[in-house]
Design a protein around this ligand. Structure first.
Ligand code: ZN
Length: 674
């Protein structure tokens, strides 16, 4: 069964509207609602005074209507009275200024008053509802990490405690943070501050540990709430909603603390790459779930309200992107929110019921999708089989972000580009952590995997020795766990595997037009210029931009081979793509950030070399094909009707082997049983 539903915030509505809501939810096929995410002030209007009657009544009525409840711990937005109990409740920014209340998530996560009050509320909710059969899952907090960080004295104390547990000895911290540079050495733990706004560059390693600490600090709140619920109902399903490839939390750690994984996904209808973004979200969440249930917990039926321009989804796109999520592993499609608010910060965020009421094509789409999802027989165990794995480690993203160089690109740019290349090729991909099991994969991609520890390098080498193919790109293996550079050349502990040593990074600037001819000397000067093309016998000419590296082949017994070399410029003839074989295994290094067409061609070639083929061959423009469990999903993201040849798939009822898919339509085709 697939969950279908929404956030439901009845505290905004009168009794007659709630009556209508329950009737309309049945009409729409809703079978799951999330209750109480922002309802703390209504459940506990004054300290210790609980008002459960409205929740009792609503949960009863939802249960009678056959609608299950995902009950929130309501700790994401604090009631005004909590500020009376703790005048320092509001968080402190990096300049040391206290933020205003009047929003959600403004509390300091280290406030003892917040911690005890939120946990007391969770305990009360668990005591009352954890054994209620209508409550099938629990929703801790909301979008943890989304609120700005707090730099107050209490958070400083927590940070120092975290550091003492990590390093034990102060000298170990001084070493790890490289405090020999700029005379930053600490003589006592009390001298350490959270990295707020500084007068010059902050210490990168300090920021890296702050990011780790902050993820752990918030995880402590999640696990405390989870454990209070499980103390009453050990088999309760507890989660919180993730935000895709969000940089604030180490989602591997978080997902492993959860019973299921849920995500909020808001691709931009104005972005032609919206479907690609949605695919990345779902692939990431499926990977994080590691076999557990995955739900889309929030998406928009039409428009959101938080971009500069909030264009609604095109006709059919709500269903299309929902089915894309199901195809890629989701067992639930839920929306924020049931009824569009008429007041408050998210008034213009669409709902399943819009401001105009349950009318028009949008409502028809809502009802239609509910009916259709009820007919799809997917199960949690129905996997999307992927031969390609992309390694993702939040420590590496943070290290790259905080490193002050060699360029200012976002730390996940290359990772997104490689996922996109496989998406366009129609080849399914998983994400893996540094300690995931790699045995199931044929091709492992390290897209600018900046931080590589010795132990990670050993696991990658073992994967290649066992016959796996690995591809590493520029800016891989630059630093260790503490943001200390690997000496002897990048990619550090992977150098021998790839058979290369990186001598120098060459990030590319947009080249300014030369000074006028009257500037006799300056007009004659060219900026650093490594060329824009690489060329090789087997790969032809490939274009690159943004980043290059000066690479040298290591003088090993079995040397790596230069598959392509730089053409023209300062890196003329230096290796640009290298390959080193290890029995059946292969390690390919890319010293240039390939432009999109060249990247897609290269990803396709590397996949083919590893024996990987797309889900269906020869797919027409706009068509995404995904196989999950007993279904083949054909999704047409384009504006033209397309015909798809499915003769290579084991279709249960093959007919003439051709399936027509209308614009923004989805065809779900049963496969023959194995
Ligand atoms: Zn704080």
């Amino acid at each position: 069964m697939i969950w279908y539903g929404c956030d439901y915030n009845p505290e905004q509505w009168d009794a007659a509207t709630i009556d209508e809501d329950l009737r309309l939810m049945r009409e729409a096929g809703v079978n799951l609602v999330t209750l109480g995410v922002f309802a703390w002030a209504f459940i506990e209007p004054a300290p210790g005074e609980y008002r459960f009657e409205w929740l009792d009544d609503l949960i009863d009525r939802l249960g009678e209507a056959g609608i299950a409840v995902d009950l929130a711990t309501a700790s994401a937005s604090t009631p005004a009275w909590l500020g009376d109990l703790d005048p320092e409740l509001a968080s402190i920014d990096g300049y040391g200024r206290r933020r205003s209340g009047g929003t959600r998530g403004h509390h300091c996560p280290s406030s003892a008053v917040y911690r005890s009050a939120s946990r007391r509320l969770t305990a009360e909710l668990a005591r009352r509802y954890a054994l209620n059969p209508t409550v099938v899952m629990w929703h801790s907090g909301n979008e943890f990490g989304g609120a700005a960080a707090c730099f107050c004295g209490r958070c400083r104390t927590q940070f120092v405690g975290w550091l003492r547990r990590r390093y034990v000895e102060l000298e170990a911290l001084n070493d790890a943070w490289g405090t020999a540079f700029w005379s930053l050495r600490f003589g006592s733990w009390d001298q350490i501050q959270p990295p707020g706004v500084t007068s010059d560059f902050g210490n990168p390693a300090q920021y890296l540990d702050w990011a780790r600490f902050r993820s752990d600090l918030l995880l402590e709140q999640f696990t405390a709430e989870r454990d209070l619920i499980k103390a009453v109902a050990p088999h309760a399903q507890v989660m919180t909603n993730f935000m895709g490839l969000f940089h604030g939390l180490d989602y591997w750690k978080w997902a492993r603390a959860e019973d299921l994984v849920t995500d909020d996904t808001y691709p931009d209808p104005n972005d032609p790459c919206g479907a690609r973004d949605n695919a990345l979200h779902i692939d990431l969440m499926r990977s994080l779930a590691e076999g557990k249930e995955l739900l889309i917990l929030e998406q928009a039926v039409g428009a959101v309200q938080w971009r500069d321009v909030n264009t609604p989804k095109r006709p059919g796109q709500f269903r299309l992107w929902s089915m894309q999520a199901v195809a890629r592993g989701a067992q639930g499609i839920c929306q924020f929110q049931w009824r569009a608010s008429i007041r408050g910060a998210e008034t213009f965020h669409s709902g399943m019921v819009g401001h105009a009421g349950p009318v028009g094509p949008r409502w028809a789409e809502v009802v239609g999708l509910g009916g259709e999802l009820a007919t799809i027989e997917t199960a949690v165990g129905d996997r999307v089989e992927s031969d390609v794995a992309i390694m993702l480690d939040w420590n590496s993203l943070w290290a790259r972000r905080e490193a002050h160089g060699p360029d200012a690109d976002a730390p996940d740019v290359e990772l997104r580009r490689w996922h996109a290349a496989f998406f366009e090729l129609g080849i399914p991909t998983d994400f893996v952590s540094v300690d995931s099991d790699l045995d199931a994969y044929r091709l492992l991609v390290l897209p600018s995997h900046f931080l590589v520890s010795e132990s990670t390098a050993q696991r990658i080498s073992a994967f290649v020795t066992a016959g796996g193919h690995v591809v590493g790109t520029h800016l891989t293996g630059v630093v260790d766990d503490t943001l200390g550079v690997h000496r002897g050349g990048y990619p550090g502990p992977l150098s021998e595997l790839f058979g290369v040593r990186v001598l120098e990074h060459w990030p590319l600037a947009e080249i300014a037009s030369p000074a006028s001819g009257a500037a006799r000397i300056s007009a004659a000067v060219a900026p650093p210029h490594p060329g824009r093309l690489v060329r090789g016998d087997g790969v032809g000419e490939l274009a690159y931009a943004r980043f290059a590296e000066h690479v040298q082949l290591l003088d090993l017994e079995r040397r790596a081979e230069a598959v392509a070399a730089f053409v023209g410029g300062d890196l003329e003839a230096a290796p640009a793509i290298t390959s080193r074989t290890h029995g059946a295994g292969r390690a390919t290094y890319l010293a240039a950030s390939l432009e999109e067409a060249s990247l897609i061609a290269t990803a396709g070639r590397l996949a083919a070399d590893a024996g990987i083929v797309p889900t269906l061959p020869g797919l027409p423009p706009g068509i995404e094909a995904v196989r999950r469990g007993r279904y083949l999903f054909l999704l047409n993201h384009g504006d033209l009707e397309q015909t798809v040849d499915v003769t290579s798939a084991r279709v249960a009822d093959p007919g003439d082997g051709r399936v027509r898919v209308a614009p923004r339509d989805v065809r779900i085709i049963a496969l023959a049983s194995a």
